[in-house]
Design a protein around this ligand. Structure first.
Ligand SMILES: *Cc1c(COP(=O)(O)O)cnc(C)c1O
Length: 396
């Protein structure tokens, strides 16, 4: 199949990469606009338009806090999920280094956590990267065994971005607390998709980012449980109780709260719809293409998340071919310096590199329908077949 054999009239635009980012919901954009055009005052200023910005931040903080069962004073706004992860991990490392220098995380974290831990390792901290099972789950036993008298922080993600697998945070955080250790979770992929309740989960810190749940890019928050120490990362003004200096991103914070409000009202029904769609997709894909290896946990995963490997071919080639048909997906393998590197997540799950290289992730969201899936199913088997015929590794 060549690109030009597909008539342009047939080309649709199908976005199936919601774990990478989402379209900002039009209602979110609408909620943000007055805070760019009308109430543009600096929240720290004393005149009335500034008072409007300040009040909007307060209301947004309440909306967001209540959605995760936190208090408003436990929410620190940041610029993104990456900043929240960095803030939580580096702050605890610096504050607790008298007690110890050991941090526990997993081998399947997002780079925002992994590279932060690498950075601390270079500074002399000791980091344990826990293994995962074939579904991408961390075991409570492995965590218990990894704990040392010098352990100061455990950071384990709630939902994995590449394979969708959810961790049993409640069990893992209770192990941390039994040993007097603080627990952080990266919940960027779970908020707005599955229930996230900081009390129920028993976490001390939790990271989130608006653009993964139909909010704007460039705003995140870090939940910090009352009493947990924090050290500022940005120095300057008194914003965010002196924990995060810099003039607040008022419009984006308002948009974030709007996105949370929309999620609150719809996420449960949407989760059911997305789970039905992805189940249909998996069943049909499995019938239509031989040798597909589905990755991640079959049921304990984020709704609408379908990840698989087409053995013996390169995921990136499939991705580019799908792109020429107007379908946006992602592949776990990053083509770095023209050599294919397989995803650290899939390798940690014990998937062979010749299989892991063929990984593709479809993450469904609000706009996707069964028609979109049927369109993908119409084209994907031919694409895989074509690349397999060219692959020296594939013999069938
Ligand atoms: C996207 C993502 C991040 C980073 O969030 P940004 O707001 O893009 O910095 C962190 N962790 C996970 C699991 C993610 O999916």
């Amino acid at each position: 199949m060549k690109n030009n054999t597909v008539k342009s009239a047939e080309i649709k635009k199908i976005y199936m990469d919601h774990s990478a980012t989402t379209q900002t919901d039009p209602a979110v954009v609408e909620a943000m606009l007055p805070y760019l055009t009308k109430f543009y005052g600096n929240p720290s200023a004393l005149y009335s338009i500034a008072e409007e910005s300040k009040k909007a931040i307060d209301r947004s903080r309440e909306t967001i806090a209540s959605f995760i069962n936190a208090s408003p004073s436990e929410i620190i706004f940041t610029s993104c999920g990456t900043e929240s992860d960095n803030q939580a991990i580096i702050s605890i490392a610096r504050l607790k280094k008298e007690k110890g220098n050991h941090i526990i995380t997993t081998s399947i974290e997002h780079h925002a956590v992994l590279h932060t831990c690498d950075y601390l390792q270079k500074e002399g901290f000791e980091v344990t990267f826990l293994p995962v099972d074939g579904y991408g789950r961390v075991s409570a036993e492995d965590l218990k065994k990894a704990i040392k008298p010098t352990t100061i922080l455990i950071t384990i993600m709630h939902a994995n971005n590449e394979v969708g697998t959810l961790q049993d945070i409640k069990t893992l955080s209770s192990i941390a607390h039994k040993n007097g250790i603080l627990f952080h979770t990266d919940a960027v992929q779970s908020i707005g998709k599955v229930p996230v309740d900081v009390v129920e989960m028993g976490v001390d810190m939790l990271s989130s980012s608006a653009h993964k749940l139909y909010g704007p890019k460039g705003v995140g928050f870090l939940y910090v449980k009352k009493g947990v120490p924090m050290k500022p990362f940005m120095h300057g003004g008194d914003q965010e109780r002196k924990l995060r200096a810099g003039t607040e991103n008022v419009a984006s914070i308002v948009g974030y709260a709007k996105a949370i409000e929309l999620a609150k009202n719809s996420y449960e029904a949407e989760a059911i719809r997305l789970r039905n769609l992805s189940r249909y997709f998996v069943e049909e894909l499995d019938k239509a293409v031989p040798d597909v290896v589905f990755t991640g946990h079959p049921t304990d995963r984020t709704p609408g998340h379908v990840s698989c490997c087409f053995s013996y071919i390169e995921g990136e080639s499939v991705l580019l071919m799908l792109d020429s048909l107007g379908i946006c997906v992602s592949s776990g393998s990053a083509c770095t310096a023209r050599s294919l590197a397989a995803s650290h997540v899939l390798l940690a799950m014990g998937i062979d590199v010749t299989i892991a290289q063929g990984s593709i992730r479809f993450t469904l969201g609000h706009e996707n329908t069964k028609d979109d899936i049927d369109y993908v199913l119409k084209h994907l088997p031919g694409i895989v077949d074509k690349f397999r015929k060219m692959s020296p590794l594939y013999e069938k």
